[in-house]
Design a protein around this ligand. Structure first.
Ligand code: IMP
Length: 427
């Protein structure tokens, strides 16, 4: 019997956009299967290969390595129209993806009406979340409400149509109450129905496939979307996404047992960003915010929205280390900090009472009242983009990484100093 294969989870440890796609792309070199376990087209993974740039929303970043099997697990809410747009765009760009993509029979279908409802709810909400408008919340609501439709439902077209009609009627009723229009909805529904057979042709039993691969000694990577602070349970609720983004969800969202997971790699950006509403405790002052946003090109890959930026928040990453059970971290975009004379790291939160907390609080609202306690480190003020091994980095950059490692409580395993594969340094 071959030894059980390695199963690594890659998870975001901040508010998403940590650069997971780039890390998955590099790790995919040594695995046989890459699988997404939650989220949908709200994700936007940018991967640079040579002169080309690929923005992937639903298909795992492993697709850019030939021969890797890429799966979408049951935890995903699959936007069929968007998925085939992405699939066909990859084909057009000459990526050989035939036979390499599989979608769980148990994955929920995100229907066009979910997008309409997402936008209408957000427009009328008193407490706005700043969603990506991709229909994520309403699709997971239908899943939890047991009204959703899954890939397997396509096997019985009549029953499928009936369930969709009932769910759509319910959503249209809510849209009417909210005074929102449904122009083009029917056209999008027809286009979705027309893709049913194409989708069924890709359907797979993802849990079975991954389990068999692991039993056969092959290795698997489970790719998370968004980040720990956007997790429905463990994030800054209610300013979160509607799925569990953290490592525990990787088993549930693909259909394997948690004991199969051998490694959990947390991806942290060398500073912090957030897009959408909700508190960002270590936010920069406006001028610095603008400066770092430009240096780091911090604009959403899915929506183009500017991301708010701030200092590295070790209170959050330490919490992420605990929630995810991290076995290592990848620190991305270190080069963005190359020109800064000094760097700060938040190590605690001072409450209005004056008490300093070192743990991420459950009370989200209190995050707007706290004052971060910072530690200041000297910058390195030298370019790092040419570094190919840890020793090539300036001493102050290495000290900064050492401090991140110490405060986060997980060893640094990779550092990225640019967008190319060659700029991801193994440690
Ligand atoms: P939703 O996932 O579209 O419902 O959005 C909920 C919250 O998660 C909003 O604050 C979004 O900006 C945020 N969000 C969702 N997906 C991503 C992502 O891939 N990167 C960063 N933020 C995201």
């Amino acid at each position: 019997m071959p030894e059980q294969g390695a199963c690594t989870v890659v998870v975001g440890c901040q508010w998403g956009d940590e650069g997971k796609g780039k890390i998955v792309d590099v790790l995919a070199e040594n695995v046989d299967i890459v699988a997404r376990y939650q989220g949908g087209a709200n994700a936007g993974h940018t991967v640079h290969v040579g002169d080309g740039q690929f923005v992937l929303h639903q298909i795992p970043s492993g697709i850019l390595h030939s021969g890797r099997r890429c799966l979408l697990g049951n935890g995903v809410v699959l936007d069929v129209l968007q998925f085939f747009e992405e699939y066909d765009a990859l084909l057009d760009r000459g990526i050989d993806i035939k036979g390499r993509v599989g979608v769980s029979y148990r994955a929920q279908l995100l229907m066009p009406y979910h997008r309409y409802l997402d936008k209408a709810v957000e427009d009328s909400a008193v407490t706005k979340i700043g969603t990506t408008g991709r229909g994520i919340g309403p699709a997971y609501e239908d899943k939890a409400g047991r009204r959703g439709v899954r890939v397997a439902d396509l096997l019985a077209p009549e029953r499928f149509a009936k369930r969709v009609d009932a769910a759509k009627a319910r959503v249209c009723g809510r849209l009417e109450e909210l005074g929102a229009g449904t122009e083009e909805l029917d056209r999008a529904m027809d286009a979705t129905f027309a893709l049913g057979d194409r989708l069924l042709a890709l359907a797979a039993d993802v849990g079975k496939e991954i389990s068999a691969a692991l039993a056969g000694g092959r290795s698997v990577l489970l790719e998370g979307a968004q980040g720990t602070a956007l997790d429905l349970d463990h994030g800054t609720y209610p300013f979160v996404t509607s799925s569990n983004t953290t490592a525990g969800a990787a088993a549930i969202g693909t259909g394997i047992g948690p004991t199969s997971i051998t490694d959990v790699i947390g991806v942290v950006k060398a500073y912090t960003t957030r897009v959408g509403e909700g508190p960002l405790p270590s936010a920069f002052e406006p001028e610095m915010d603008e400066h770092v946003r430009k240096l780091g090109g911090e604009f959403g890959a899915t929506t183009g929205r500017p991301r708010r930026c701030g200092w590295f928040d070790a209170v959050l990453t330490r919490y992420a280390s605990q929630v995810n059970g991290l076995t290592g971290i990848a620190v991305t975009k270190l080069d963005v900090l190359d020109t800064l004379p000094e760097l700060k790291i938040a190590t605690g939160y001072r409450m209005p009472s004056g008490k300093v907390r070192e743990f991420f609080p459950a009370d989200t609202w209190s995050l707007s009242e706290i004052e971060p306690v910072y530690e200041t480190l000297p910058g390195w003020q030298a370019p790092t983009t040419e570094a190919r091994k840890l020793d090539d980095l300036p001493r102050n950059a290495r000290s900064y990484l050492d401090r991140i490692e110490e405060l986060t409580n997980a060893p640094v395993r990779w550092v990225s100093v640019g967008t190319q594969r060659s700029q991801i340094i193994p440690v």
